[in-house]
Design a protein around this ligand. Structure first.
Ligand code: GLN
Length: 446
């Protein structure tokens, strides 16, 4: 009732929930109360959770905040969502996002932008923008988002909450609408690192429905939050001295590094030679994968169908022209271009080779150091409408795509605020499948 009240008060203004499942949530809560009385409740009993509109939940609308899925209801429940349900989480509603998770401001939604609860003239970040606002504004305890190139971490930073992207393959992608399949990961957005650990340990693990989901056993993350006294921590010199980095973001990072040093950790600057290659590599590969993944939306199988088609080809064309928003169309065209016969080697193959270099260097650094620390974003939350040029929006992903290109886990935690009181995020990366260590360290820092 507390969360439903908060939704009532601010949802119209902040445009967070596309749908609130009030009656269902009350029924789930009553059932959980009974189980609690019997001592049979699951590990997440009472956790009230919002779902980004990219997660399949049987019988519930699923639209990826796109017109092209108008009227579509999910036929099955995805693995991560089912595991939450099985542990007695309560689902309160479906959350706005950038269309097909493409964006960094939640402005690309067919339902209009979600707004930052601290300053509604500003974006909450994206693509899981509304999911971060929901936690920020106490409309649910935690949200489940997805992160392809920063979509959990960046909005968490803009909203002053915790956002975790697990190792690629740690959580099954079955039931997650595909954007770029070799990058996509489900991740929790929470107030605390401990809540992130609890959600991760429930959602993670092998799954017969996703052959890419890792077979590695899942540690009890929430019981492993004790940090070690001494860590080796690296930070990217080029990142911290980068022109365009907001001075307060720079200072917050320097402050944290200084504090870590004085606590006895080894803190060293490292060279990372590929910072400028990361954005082009990420956007070539993800648009290529997206152009393939989104070919299934043709007006035949799902959701929206153009009413004025005259034959099959015009049905495809009209449905896609009317159903997809401008950013999604731009990415399908970019992806189709980089995969086209005469450009494939120049762009796609080349980008895959650069991805390999970035991954190898990142893995090497994460063998030398326990963690890499860098900003989550170059600036704090910007104004709605401020970034009109898509390239300037893409460039703001500079610090989040490294973990995505490399497949390693990364977490954004709150690290103070700027002169206007807007939250600053600090990002920590660890080696693949070292979430236990990552969470313990992040917990210590929050
Ligand atoms: N902002 C990035 C993009 O637009 C990240 C999106 C995401 O992680 N889903 O691709």
């Amino acid at each position: 009732e507390y969360y439903l009240d908060n939704i009532d008060q601010r949802n119209a203004e902040l445009n967070v929930f596309l749908e609130v499942w009030a009656d269902e949530a009350r029924q789930q809560a009553a059932a959980v109360d009974e189980k609690l009385a019997l001592g049979t409740a699951g590990r997440l009993a009472g956790m009230v959770i919002g779902l980004k509109d990219v997660l399949a939940y049987q019988g519930h609308s699923l639209q990826s905040s796109s017109r092209i899925l108008d009227g579509f209801k999910s036929l099955f429940t995805g693995t991560a969502v089912q595991r939450l349900l099985d542990e007695d989480a309560i689902f309160i509603g479906r959350q706005n996002c950038d269309e097909f998770a493409m964006g960094g401001s939640n402005e690309n939604s067919a339902f209009g932008p979600a707004r930052n609860a601290q300053d509604p003239s500003r974006v909450p970040g994206g693509s899981s923008g509304a999911s971060a606002v929901a936690v920020q504004a106490d409309m649910c305890l935690a949200s489940i988002g997805s992160d392809t190139g920063g979509s959990v971490r960046q909005p968490a930073a803009f909203c002053g909450v915790v956002g975790l992207k697990p190792t690629y393959s740690r959580i099954s992608r079955y039931g997650l609408v595909a954007f770029a399949s070799s990058f996509d990961q489900i991740g929790p957005i929470t107030h605390s690192v401990e809540d992130a650990a609890r959600l991760l340990e429930v959602m993670a693990g092998p799954d017969g429905m996703d052959s890419t989901a890792s077979q590695q056993p899942v540690p009890a993350y929430s019981a492993l939050l004790e940090p070690l006294p001494h860590y080796r921590i690296g930070y990217l010199k080029e990142a911290i001295d980068r022109p365009g980095l907001q001075p307060e973001v720079h200072d917050a990072l320097e402050g944290t590094l200084g504090a870590l040093r004085s606590q006895g950790h080894v803190v060293e600057a490292v060279d990372f030679p590929y910072l400028d290659e990361m954005i082009p590599t990420y956007y070539i590969l993800t648009t290529a994968e997206a152009s393939s993944n989104l070919s299934r939306f043709d007006g035949v199988k799902y959701g929206y169908r153009a009413p004025d088609a005259t034959d099959l080809e015009s049905l495809y064309k009209k449905t896609r022209a009317q159903g997809f928003g401008p950013e999604v169309q731009r990415r399908i065209m970019l992806g189709t271009f980089v995969l086209s016969a005469s450009y494939y080697d120049a762009y796609y193959t080349k980008a895959q080779r650069v991805r390999r270099l970035i991954k190898e260097k990142t893995d090497e650094l994460l063998r030398q150091y326990d963690f890499l620390v860098l900003p989550t974003t170059p600036t704090t939350a910007f104004k709605i409408g401020e970034k009109q040029d898509p390239v300037s929006m893409y460039l703001a992903d500079i610090f989040t795509v490294q973990a995505s290109l490399s497949g390693v886990p990364a977490i954004s935690i709150p690290a103070g605020q700027d002169a206007e009181g807007l939250p600053i995020g600090l990002q920590i990366l660890s080696g693949a499948f070292r979430e236990a260590e990552l969470l313990a360290f992040a917990n210590e820092l929050t």
